[in-house]
Structure formats: C-alpha cells, structure tokens
Design a protein. Sequence first.
Length: 732
Amino acid sequence: MATTDSNSRLGLDGIDPADLRALVEIKYLGGIEEAETEFTPGLTVLSGENTTGRTSFLKSLTSILGGSAPSVNEHSDEGAGSISLEIQNDDDLLVDLEQKHTQKGSVVGDSLYSNEKTVDTFISLLERNPAREAVENIDSESLRDLLMQPLDVAAIEAELSDLKSTRKNKRQELDDKNRQIGGLTEKIEEKTKKENRLEEIQSELSDKQTSLSDVEDELESHSQDQPDTDLDEEISSVESEVDDLQATKRDIVTDIDVLEDSIEAVERDIEEVRSKLATHYNQEIITKDVDSLNRLRRVDVDAEPPVEEQIPWSDVPSAAETVEDIEAKRSDLAAQEEEFNSLIDSINEITGFISDELENNRGSTIRDAEEQYTDTGTDTEKDSETQTTSADELTSQLTASSDTEERECVVCGASITQKQLEQRHEHLDSELKSAVSKKRYKIIQRINSLDEEIETITSDVEQLYTLKTDLEDKQAEIQRYKSELEDKKPRLSDVEDELADKQAELDQLREQKEDVEQELFEQRDTIQRKITELELEQERVEETIAEIEAEIEEAQQLKPEAEKLETEIDDLSDSIKNQREKIVNREDQVVEEFNTQMESLVSALDYENIDRIWLEVKNRSETGLREAEGFKLNVIRNGQNRSIETFSESEREMIGMVVALAGYLAHDLDDEIPFILIDSVEAFDNSRLEALLEYFADKGVFVVAALLPEDEQSLTMDYDQQLATDIITTNN
C-alpha cells in the first residue's frame, strides 16, 4: 500500500535496484570529524565498538534522507558541519544532495524526503524511534497517529469536518424555514390586526391635525400687530399711555439735565472770577482812589482815561499796600539818582582839576590836587557810601611824579614817577566812568520796572468793575436756574409715580396674555406630541405589515427551498459517510498490512513463547462508520491473548522494533526512500538478529545496520562489511 502523494526526490520506476550506488560524505556532525563511504544494494553492516561514530553516522544519514538533524561537532573550524548524498544508476546521477548544519541548529540544503516524521518513524529505526517509544510507553492513541500519518488522513479529516459544519448549518437553516412555513396562518391573522390598527391611527391622526390647525390659527392671531381681542385692545391702550408718560418723563429729565448743566457752567464761571481775584490781591478792601495810581505813572507815559473818583471795593481784594510800597521805592530811587548825579559832578571837577595841575606843575600841583580831592571827598563821604568808595579809590591812585623824577605819593607816601602817576590817573578816570554808567543804568531800569507795575495795578483795578458785575449777574442767573429746577422736580416725581402705576397695570395685562398664549402653546405641544406618536406608530405598523407580507411571501416560497435543503443535507450526509468510510478503510488497510507483515516477522524470528502480534481498531462504533479512537496492540503468548502491558521492557522494545519495521513495509516506503537504518537491536539474540536482518535485506535497496563487532561476527549470512574505524574519523 503506497501513499497517495509522493514526497520523495527519487523515483525508482523502471530502474533495477541492483544497479544503484550511494555515496555518503560527512564532516563535523555528531561525534564525526570526517566520514566517507559507498553503499551497494543489500545489507551493509557498519561494525564498530561504542564511540566509533557508527550511531552518529546513521543520525547524519537520517538528516539528509529527510529526518531530524544531528548536532554540529564542536571541533569544527567553521562552526558548521555538512553531509552529501549521491545516488547513481551506473553512470547516471539520480540524486545529488548536500546540507549545511550550523551550531545554532539551522539547516541549509535539500533532503531526499519532505516528511520528517515519516523518516524518523519508519526509515531511521534507531533507539529513539517514535514507533518503538510508543510501544515501550504503552501509548496506543499515539501509535495510531504515527502509523496513519504517511497517508492523507489529515486532509480527509479536515474535509470531513467541513462537511459536518456545512451540514449543521444547512439543518439549522432548514429548521428555520420549517418554522416559518408552519407559522404562515398566524402571520395572516397578525397582518389583519395590524391593518385594522392602521385605519384607527389614520383616523385619530386626521382629528389631531385639525385640532392643531385651530390652535395655531389662534396663536397667530395673538402674535399679529392688530389686536383682535378685548385683552389686546386694553394692553394697546395702556402701552400708549405708558409711552406718553415716558416721553413726558424724558422731557422733564432733559430739562433738569440742562438746568443742572447750566448751574455747573455758571458755578465754574464764578470760580474762575474768584480765582482771578485771588491771584492778584489779598482779602482786604481797597478804598484807595485812582489818583494815587496815576501819580505813579512816568511823565513820558500817556495816562489812561480818567475813571470815577471812588470805586466800591466791597468784595474785591485791596491793592493799597502794594501802591504805597511802590511809591516808597520810587522816592528812594529818585533821591539816590540825585545824590549820584551830584557825586558824578564832584568827581568830574576833581578829575579836571588833576589833569590841569599835571600839565602845569608836575611836582607840587599834584600834591595840591590830592589835598583838594581829599577835602572834597570827605564832605561827599558823609552823604553817600558810594561817594566815599570812589574818593578812596581816586586818592589811592594819585601820586606826584614826573616821567624821570620820583616823587612821594600824596595818598600812600610811596615814591612814584610822574609818568606812573599819569597812568594811574587815566586808569582811575576810566573805571569811574564805567562804574557810574552801570549804576545809573540799573537805577533807570528799576524805575521803569516800577512804572510798569503801576500800569499793571491800574489795569487790574479797572477790570475789577467788570468782574464784580459778571459775578453778580452769574449769581442771579444761578438762582434763577435753581428756582426753575425746584419747580421741575415735583412734576418729575408725579410723572414717575403715574408711570409706575401704568407699568404695573401693563405688566399684569401682559401676564394675562402670556398665560393665555402659554395655555395655547401647551395645547399645541400636546397635540404635536400625540401626532408624532401616531405618525411613529403608523410608520411602525406599516413596516410591520410590510415585514409580515414579506414573511408570508417568503414562507410561501420556502417550501421548494426547504425541499432543496433536505436534498443537500442528504448529499452531505452521504459525503460524510463516504469520508468516514475512507478513514475506516484506511485504518483497516493499515491494520491489515501491519498484521500481515508482523505475522511474517514473528514467524521469521521464531519466538517460542510469542505466537502472534497484531493490531486491532480500538473503540470503533458497531456500525463501523466511525473512525477509531486508536489502535490496540495485542500479543498471543503461549496460546493466550496478552496485552502489551504484561511484557517486560526489553520485550516491549523488541515489539516496538517489529512495529516500526512493519510500518516501513506497509506504506511501501522502499519505492521512495531506498534506505533502512537499523541500530540499537540489543533486545534481539544473535539468531533472531540474523533472521531480522536477513528478512529486511531484500525489503530495501540499502539496508544499513550498526552492530557491535561481536554481533557482527555472529552473522553467517552474506552482507557487505564496513568497519567504522575505516570510514569514520572521530574526535576520540
């Protein structure tokens, strides 16, 4: 029994296996540093002691055949190992494969077969073989999965699951349709009830819409400008009276504002007049007549036009003290001017005298002049401090001298020449004239300043009449405004009281109108809500009627659909049955194949106390149409049916080896993988080991068994011997 789909890179149809050769080369895998050999068809015994690398060789060969990968030798310089496999038919290269293995466990390259689990279970019959372990661990459920996995059972089971799910959905759909068909009469009755309710809704909806129109018309009449009710007319009349009172109030308030503004303006004018008066004068009463001011004017200044002789200064600050002070200052300055002019005349006489004497007599004349000057200066000093200062300066400058002859100074007694005396005289004359000119200028300036001040006072006095008159007029005007203001305020109070009464009356009328309108609004809202509810209910009823009609129509159309679904369900049930039969047949085929091969192997091994080893399906239904839960491995021992649990561990290992070998034959894997790898056969004695190897020698193209030297030496059959030490280099 071959598998349905090929997973191998090798096809042996039409090829004589006797013409095949297999070349294997290994580097740095497992405990192998390097290995190389060639296999011929038939049995090859790889003989060697433990640690010679024979098991590592088989594990490496398992990897490139498609099984589990071995570890990388730690002594590899590149940190990686490799294995290559070539299968030749005479001169034709049928297979050329190479794999690279890294220490991280990755494998780069192709293998001969693509199903790793199949190779590990049925090709590489080593110590950790899954089939052997399943038997040793008494795992019947796992044994079924292992023995069935080379087939397409998984795909069949997946298809079967889909079919079951589809059938379930179809049955559910059929149940729904049958329920719909069964409720057709009830749907027709329900439709009639809904149609009656729809007519009631439409009638009630029409009545409500009429009521709503009436309420809206009444609300519209309330919102129009022209009143159409007694209440509206009364409100309009009161509103007109309120408007009139408000206009009257505004006029009065405006008049009051104007009067208050006028009063404020007049008060500002009064304050301005008072401020002007306070700026120039004190609070005393001026009683001085204007003549006292006119007397202060300069002769060369034109006088102002004469004013009244007496001015009533009852409310005006006095300027008398200022005028008296100015008159006193001006009199003092006039006296100083006369004395100064007299002094100037005396100095001029002395200066002229000195000059004449200097010309006539350079000696005694100067001394006489000094004496005369001294006498004159003494009289002048009694009248003025200025005269004394000038005489002293003049006396100190005069000396009797000539250009070449020294004389005694009449003032200080020092010796001085005539020329020096003349120079001092010239300098003194210049200084006196300059000082006199400056002093005279200052006196004149001060007199003019006093004249201007008198002019200012005169002008201010003349303005007092105007200010006083304005002040009296403004005071009279403000009294008039205040009187008028007092008249307006009582009228304003009366208007405000009347306006408050009318406003209260208007508010009351408006509240009455708002109450009426609010009641109308509430009526409108109530009607609108009811209309909305009826419209929604109408819409729901119409939708329900449409749904019922659709359901009735659909139910009437469901009968042929239900019949179709029943047919489809029957077809699905048949498909499920067929798929189950496929799995059951596959299970039966596997069991039959295994039992046939096991019977042959047990006979060949010639166990005296083991009569038969066979598989049977575990927990299958009585109809035989349900897949098995597992396989049960049975053994007839000494004529009695014993379960595997009754065997020893070594016996279970032997049985597991038989199961794995039988799986190889049952699935015809020799057509796709021309290798059988055997190791760890210590459970077999020498005679049974030879019988086992002889049995499998013609079952596979290349049968490779790893044996200890003593087991290999016990063989009497024909085989190809290869010593592990000859083909394998290890790190030991």
